[in-house]
Design a protein around this ligand. Sequence first.
Ligand code: OFO
Length: 184
Amino acid sequence: MDTNRLSKKIEDILNAQVTKEAEAAQIYLSYGCWADSKGYGGIANYFFRHSGEERNHMMKVMQYIMERGGEVKISAIKAPPKSPKNLQDCFEKTFQHEVDNTTAIYEIVNLAHDEKDWATYNFAQWFVKEQIEEEKLVMDLLDKLKIAGGPKASDESLFNLDKYLGEAPDEVPLAREASVDKPE
Ligand code: OFO
């Protein structure tokens, strides 16, 4: 008896997402190492923590495939791209990476919707919300760098930014949690 509750297409797209999450973890590891080599220990810490989050995402998708009776295929992952040129480039590339990942998640949602696979559709909603958070987190990074002076940021403001990011919370409040008493 076939107990696989996933279509071949859904199983394939989810397996591709397992690989994407593993690749994201490697990219953030590489950015963390790059930041550390430039003396930004706090920013390195930020990327190392986020690398761990990507591994957690990988685990969630992997477990979901198995939970639905599907077959997980662990594939080779690409090497991370070249080191960023500077902090602006690093944060912009991080933002672009998250936007690309959001597109990949939306493809899973679209396919699940087309196939009326409501279990996968429901599972993918966790990632839709997570992507709002992840994009907002990186938008905040870009905003903080801009306030610090962007390409003209002084050593002192970069020192403070680095310190802040080393201790910054990994969760960001979302609009859905806002109220007039607690707007953010
Ligand atoms: Fe950065 O996000 Fe995974 O899914």
